[in-house]
Design a protein around this ligand. Structure first.
Ligand SMILES: Nc1ncnc2c1ncn2[C@@H]1O[C@H](COP(=O)(O)OP(=O)(O)OP(=O)(O)O)[C@@H](O)[C@H]1O
Ligand SMILES: O=P(O)(O)OC[C@H]1O[C@H](OP(=O)(O)OP(=O)(O)O)[C@H](O)[C@@H]1O
Ligand SMILES: O=C(O)c1cccnc1
Length: 488
């Protein structure tokens, strides 16, 4: 999957040229993390990683790309020559794609040279932010639908056809079952499916004739759209006529309702289908569905078997982006040692966590997730020991994780790329999807609920907390000394 290395913010290139000409190119570690869960929810599904790895493997500048850059008259021949030979040669540590993740945790660690690390920021954030947003939205919709059949119909409403394609991938990871986007079927192996448009019915002389024709053509997947003229006046009656004909052939039908009161209509239609002996006919609904509408309909026990959702699934609806960022966490000093770095902000919440870090997830004996601990990578976390979990922002808050209270602890960041190449096999999308479903199952449902979810605790180890505080104090002392010097 070749992506031009011009897929970068222009300031990366100007900074890179500066580093290049000043001979400033130490080894660095960048972290990708996000600060708040989307949709006011309690979690995020991490998605986009394996596509990012594919893209990084071939991220390079073509001859035309370099000519374009030359034409901007801002780059030296030496630097352009360097770019001509550029390919990503770093290491990537990342949490497994499909995992349930939380704010503040490093989801990806990039270990490479400063110049290389800078170039990939836009590509990395674009892939991970968007796909994680949509996978999370899909999982919320699938949970709201009580794991009912979620059909992704987003192509016509997504942000560009490329946005539609990656949204189909992410949505499948999060919990949709089929896509209407045929290219997503071919590209990712997602099952494709669909019903029929109003134009099908309107193209025929009669609604009945159009239903009959479709059912004969596609006897194993005939979902008849019953709201073109009059849902209760003609649509359902014609669907029942065709349904009974198909039943004699040993086939079942479905109906789709795309307008009207989606709480009232399915109940009436279910009764009519059942009374006609078509108890196995399915009911699909669509029309600007949101997770809130889905949840309300499920709560009201409306008899719906499948949900066709486009707009609010593939765009994120009310929230159209995830706020993932990419920050320098460590750099190589002059003597080759690794120096932890942090972005110090006036707000403690925006102050980053320094150093090369690991994330450990603690589980109880039944496999239930208890809390996550961010540690320095050099720390060993084992069972049979007590751990103090420090609040990431509230300086005086902590709790004790006693050794009797957890059964296992697992490191989440694993090396996925070395020398710019993927380690191991690329997992099939179905495996990533299963990982997401298994991950969700390991959390108490209070963390997953749509409104006011319980806050899952992500904490700092005592060593990481001490490093952070030491760096903060050192930085403040330095600032005070500089101020005093300036006032002399
Ligand atoms: N992320 C965190 N890391 C460490 N300590 C935390 C964190 N969040 C909360 N605490 C501390 O843990 C204790 C319990 O926290 P809080 O009251 O927020 O959670 P709770 O919802 O009541 O607890 P629980 O989830 O155990 O039911 C408090 O002392 C609090 O300061
Ligand atoms: O509503 P969404 O969640 O985006 O889902 C996709 C919608 O696309 C189709 O409608 P179409 O574009 O034909 O317009 P319509 O609503 O007028 O039928 C379909 O009938 C759904 O209603
Ligand atoms: O197959 C369908 O029913 C479908 C596909 C895309 C958009 N709306 C509906």
């Amino acid at each position: 999957m070749h992506i031009s290395a011009l897929t970068t913010d222009f300031y990366e290139l100007t900074m890179m040229q500066g580093y290049f000409s000043n001979n400033l190119n130490p080894q660095v570690v960048f972290d990708m993390f996000y600060r708040t869960n989307p949709f006011e929810g309690g979690y995020t599904i991490f998605a986009g990683l394996n596509e990012l790895i594919d893209k990084l493997e071939s991220f390079s500048f073509s001859k035309e790309d370099l000519e374009y850059l030359k034409g901007l008259n801002q780059f030296t021949d030496d630097f352009l020559e360097y770019l001509a030979g550029y390919h990503f040669a770093g290491e990537i540590y990342a949490i497994e794609e499909g995992s349930v993740v939380f704010p503040g945790e490093p989801l990806v660690r990039v270990h490479t040279t400063l110049i290389e690390a800078q170039l990939i920021e836009g590509l990395l954030l674009n892939n991970l932010n968007f796909q994680s947003l949509i996978a999370t939205k899909a999982s919320r919709m699938a949970l709201a639908a009580n794991r009912g059949l979620l059909m992704e119909f987003g192509l016509r409403r997504a942000q560009g056809e490329d946005g539609a394609l990656s949204a189909s991938r992410a949505s499948f990871i999060g919990g949709s079952v089929v896509t209407s986007n045929t290219l997503a079927g071919k590209t990712y192996g997602i099952p494709v499916s669909g019903t029929m448009a109003h134009s099908w019915i309107m193209a025929y002389g009669s609604e009945l004739e159009s239903f009959r024709s479709f059912a004969r053509l596609y006897p194993d997947n005939a979902v008849l759209l019953i709201d073109t003229y009059d849902t209760l006046g003609s649509g359902i009656d014609n669907a029942i006529i065709v349904g009974l004909e198909q039943k004699k052939l040993g086939k079942k039908i479905g109906v789709r309702i795309d307008s009207g009161d989606l709480s009232y209509l399915p109940r009436v239609i279910r009764k009519k289908l059942d009374d006609a002996g078509l108890t196995d006919a399915s009911i699909c609904v669509s029309n600007d569905l949101t997770e809130e509408i889905v949840q309300t309909l499920i709560h009201d026990e409306v008899p719906i078997d499948s949900w066709g959702i486009g707009t609010h699934l593939v765009t994120g609806g009310a929230q159209s982006s995830l706020n993932g960022v990419y920050k320098l966490a460590a750099k190589e000093g002059k003597d080759g040692t690794i120096i932890p770095t942090m972005k110090i902000s006036n707000s403690f919440e925006k102050t980053t966590n320094p150093g090369i870090k690991q994330v450990w997830r603690f589980f109880d004996k039944d496999g239930g997730a208890l809390a996550d601990l961010i540690t320095l990578d050099s720390e060993q976390v084992v069972t049979g020991k007590n751990y103090t979990f420090y609040h990431p922002f509230a300086e005086a808050d902590f709790f004790e994780m006693h050794k009797e209270n957890f059964a296992t602890c697992v490191p989440l960041l694993i090396k996925r790329m070395e020398n710019g190449k993927r380690i191991g096999e690329k997992p099939p999308l179905t495996e990533i999807r299963e990982n997401a479903q298994k991950g969700l199952d390991s959390f108490h449902k209070s963390y997953l609920r749509q409104i006011n979810p319980h806050i899952y605790k992500v904490s700092l180890s005592s060593r990481l907390k001490k490093l952070k505080m030491d760096l903060l104090v050192a930085q403040r002392r330095k600032a005070k000394e500089e101020e005093a010097m300036a006032n002399q």
